[in-house]
Design a protein around this ligand. Structure first.
Ligand code: URA
Length: 192
Protein backbone atom coordinates (compact mmCIF):
# COMPACT_ATOMS: atom_id res chain seq x y z
CA UNK A 1 0.00 0.00 0.00
CA UNK A 2 1.37 3.44 -0.77
CA UNK A 3 1.67 5.74 2.23
CA UNK A 4 -0.19 9.04 2.12
CA UNK A 5 1.98 12.14 2.09
CA UNK A 6 0.48 15.10 3.85
CA UNK A 7 0.66 18.76 2.80
CA UNK A 8 0.62 20.12 6.36
CA UNK A 9 0.14 19.34 10.05
CA UNK A 10 -3.29 20.96 9.80
CA UNK A 11 -4.25 18.54 7.01
CA UNK A 12 -3.28 15.66 9.32
CA UNK A 13 -5.29 17.20 12.18
CA UNK A 14 -8.35 17.46 9.94
CA UNK A 15 -7.96 13.86 8.80
CA UNK A 16 -7.62 12.72 12.43
CA UNK A 17 -10.82 14.55 13.41
CA UNK A 18 -12.70 12.90 10.53
CA UNK A 19 -11.10 9.46 11.00
CA UNK A 20 -13.24 6.33 11.38
CA UNK A 21 -10.52 3.79 10.70
CA UNK A 22 -10.94 1.99 14.03
CA UNK A 23 -13.67 1.58 16.62
CA UNK A 24 -12.31 4.31 18.90
CA UNK A 25 -14.16 6.89 16.80
CA UNK A 26 -17.44 5.50 18.20
CA UNK A 27 -16.59 6.30 21.81
CA UNK A 28 -14.49 9.46 21.46
CA UNK A 29 -15.82 12.90 22.35
CA UNK A 30 -13.05 14.61 20.41
CA UNK A 31 -10.06 13.26 18.57
CA UNK A 32 -6.71 14.65 19.77
CA UNK A 33 -4.39 15.19 16.79
CA UNK A 34 -1.58 16.86 18.77
CA UNK A 35 -0.38 20.45 18.99
CA UNK A 36 2.62 22.70 18.87
CA UNK A 37 4.41 24.96 16.42
CA UNK A 38 5.05 23.63 12.91
CA UNK A 39 8.62 24.86 13.45
CA UNK A 40 9.14 22.77 16.62
CA UNK A 41 12.50 20.96 16.67
CA UNK A 42 11.48 18.76 19.57
CA UNK A 43 8.60 16.31 19.57
CA UNK A 44 6.98 14.36 22.40
CA UNK A 45 5.01 11.22 21.74
CA UNK A 46 2.67 9.81 24.38
CA UNK A 47 0.34 6.85 24.31
CA UNK A 48 -3.28 7.92 23.89
CA UNK A 49 -5.62 10.66 25.11
CA UNK A 50 -7.21 10.34 28.54
CA UNK A 51 -10.49 11.78 29.77
CA UNK A 52 -9.40 15.45 29.88
CA UNK A 53 -7.82 15.22 26.46
CA UNK A 54 -10.93 13.55 25.03
CA UNK A 55 -13.07 16.41 26.37
CA UNK A 56 -10.80 19.24 25.20
CA UNK A 57 -9.24 17.80 22.02
CA UNK A 58 -5.78 18.75 23.36
CA UNK A 59 -2.91 16.42 24.38
CA UNK A 60 -1.60 16.15 27.93
CA UNK A 61 -3.91 18.63 29.63
CA UNK A 62 -4.84 16.46 32.65
CA UNK A 63 -2.74 15.49 35.67
CA UNK A 64 -0.08 13.78 33.54
CA UNK A 65 0.14 16.99 31.49
CA UNK A 66 0.95 19.08 34.58
CA UNK A 67 3.72 16.62 35.43
CA UNK A 68 4.93 16.77 31.83
CA UNK A 69 5.16 20.59 31.92
CA UNK A 70 7.38 20.38 35.01
CA UNK A 71 9.56 17.68 33.46
CA UNK A 72 9.98 19.70 30.26
CA UNK A 73 11.23 22.62 32.33
CA UNK A 74 13.86 20.36 33.89
CA UNK A 75 15.11 19.61 30.37
CA UNK A 76 15.21 23.35 29.58
CA UNK A 77 12.07 23.30 27.44
CA UNK A 78 8.67 24.98 27.53
CA UNK A 79 5.49 23.40 26.24
CA UNK A 80 5.01 26.22 23.69
CA UNK A 81 8.27 25.18 22.00
CA UNK A 82 7.51 21.52 21.44
CA UNK A 83 5.07 19.46 19.40
CA UNK A 84 3.11 17.05 21.60
CA UNK A 85 1.10 14.16 20.25
CA UNK A 86 0.17 10.56 20.92
CA UNK A 87 0.51 7.26 19.12
CA UNK A 88 -3.26 6.84 19.19
CA UNK A 89 -5.33 9.95 18.61
CA UNK A 90 -8.63 8.87 20.22
CA UNK A 91 -9.23 7.85 23.83
CA UNK A 92 -9.41 4.10 24.49
CA UNK A 93 -12.43 3.44 26.75
CA UNK A 94 -11.53 3.52 30.46
CA UNK A 95 -7.94 4.33 29.44
CA UNK A 96 -7.21 0.70 28.55
CA UNK A 97 -4.06 -0.06 26.56
CA UNK A 98 -4.35 0.67 22.84
CA UNK A 99 -4.97 -2.46 20.75
CA UNK A 100 -2.75 -3.49 17.83
CA UNK A 101 -5.47 -2.61 15.28
CA UNK A 102 -5.85 0.86 16.82
CA UNK A 103 -2.10 1.44 16.81
CA UNK A 104 -1.93 0.31 13.18
CA UNK A 105 -4.86 2.51 12.11
CA UNK A 106 -3.22 5.59 13.66
CA UNK A 107 0.31 4.96 12.40
CA UNK A 108 0.03 6.99 9.17
CA UNK A 109 -0.87 10.11 11.17
CA UNK A 110 2.16 9.90 13.45
CA UNK A 111 4.39 8.96 10.52
CA UNK A 112 3.15 12.07 8.69
CA UNK A 113 3.67 14.32 11.70
CA UNK A 114 7.24 13.10 12.13
CA UNK A 115 7.94 13.51 8.39
CA UNK A 116 6.62 17.08 8.31
CA UNK A 117 8.26 18.25 11.54
CA UNK A 118 11.52 16.37 10.95
CA UNK A 119 12.47 16.95 14.61
CA UNK A 120 16.06 16.76 15.83
CA UNK A 121 14.87 15.25 19.10
CA UNK A 122 11.97 12.99 20.02
CA UNK A 123 11.04 12.09 23.59
CA UNK A 124 8.97 8.92 23.70
CA UNK A 125 6.72 8.73 26.77
CA UNK A 126 6.02 5.23 28.01
CA UNK A 127 6.51 1.78 26.59
CA UNK A 128 4.10 1.96 23.64
CA UNK A 129 5.81 5.05 22.19
CA UNK A 130 9.21 3.45 22.82
CA UNK A 131 8.13 0.35 20.93
CA UNK A 132 6.98 2.41 17.94
CA UNK A 133 10.69 3.02 17.31
CA UNK A 134 12.20 -0.03 18.97
CA UNK A 135 9.81 -3.00 18.80
CA UNK A 136 10.20 -5.28 21.78
CA UNK A 137 12.44 -2.83 23.72
CA UNK A 138 12.04 -2.55 27.48
CA UNK A 139 11.47 0.88 29.00
CA UNK A 140 13.10 -0.26 32.26
CA UNK A 141 16.36 -0.76 30.36
CA UNK A 142 16.30 2.18 27.94
CA UNK A 143 14.70 5.05 29.89
CA UNK A 144 16.78 8.21 29.85
CA UNK A 145 19.29 6.83 27.33
CA UNK A 146 19.50 8.90 24.14
CA UNK A 147 19.71 6.89 20.93
CA UNK A 148 20.96 8.50 17.71
CA UNK A 149 19.23 7.62 14.44
CA UNK A 150 20.88 9.45 11.58
CA UNK A 151 20.70 13.14 12.47
CA UNK A 152 17.85 12.59 14.97
CA UNK A 153 18.01 11.70 18.65
CA UNK A 154 15.35 9.64 20.39
CA UNK A 155 15.19 9.73 24.17
CA UNK A 156 12.91 7.10 25.71
CA UNK A 157 11.27 8.26 28.93
CA UNK A 158 8.86 6.68 31.37
CA UNK A 159 5.33 7.98 30.92
CA UNK A 160 4.62 11.02 33.16
CA UNK A 161 1.45 9.27 34.41
CA UNK A 162 3.68 6.48 35.77
CA UNK A 163 4.99 8.96 38.36
CA UNK A 164 1.40 9.47 39.55
CA UNK A 165 0.60 5.81 40.17
CA UNK A 166 4.15 4.62 40.99
CA UNK A 167 5.62 7.42 43.13
CA UNK A 168 9.04 5.73 43.22
CA UNK A 169 9.35 6.56 39.49
CA UNK A 170 8.95 10.32 40.04
CA UNK A 171 12.62 10.93 40.94
CA UNK A 172 13.71 8.66 38.07
CA UNK A 173 11.67 10.68 35.56
CA UNK A 174 13.02 13.92 37.01
CA UNK A 175 16.61 12.70 36.80
CA UNK A 176 16.11 11.50 33.22
CA UNK A 177 14.66 14.83 32.04
CA UNK A 178 17.34 16.79 33.91
CA UNK A 179 20.02 14.61 32.33
CA UNK A 180 18.61 15.38 28.85
CA UNK A 181 19.16 19.12 29.36
CA UNK A 182 22.69 19.30 27.86
CA UNK A 183 21.58 17.31 24.79
CA UNK A 184 18.58 19.63 24.34
CA UNK A 185 20.83 22.69 24.63
CA UNK A 186 23.35 21.26 22.17
CA UNK A 187 20.74 20.32 19.57
CA UNK A 188 18.85 23.62 19.89
CA UNK A 189 21.99 25.75 20.24
CA UNK A 190 20.89 27.19 23.57
CA UNK A 191 22.42 27.42 27.06
CA UNK A 192 22.06 24.31 29.24
N1 URA B 1 -1.51 10.26 28.47
C1 URA B 1 -1.06 10.19 27.19
O1 URA B 1 -0.33 9.28 26.81
N2 URA B 1 -1.43 11.16 26.37
C2 URA B 1 -2.19 12.19 26.72
O2 URA B 1 -2.47 13.05 25.89
C3 URA B 1 -2.64 12.24 28.06
C4 URA B 1 -2.30 11.26 28.91
Amino acid sequence: MTQPTWPSLEAIAQAVRACRACDLHRTRTQAVPGEGPATARVMLIGEAPGAHEDRTGRPFVGAAGKTLDRLLNLAGLRREQVFITNLVKCRPPKNRDPRPAELAACRPFLRGQIALLDPVLIFTLGRFALQYFFPGARIGQLHGKPVQRGSRWIVPMYHPAAALYRPALAPVLEADFRAARPLVARLLNTQA
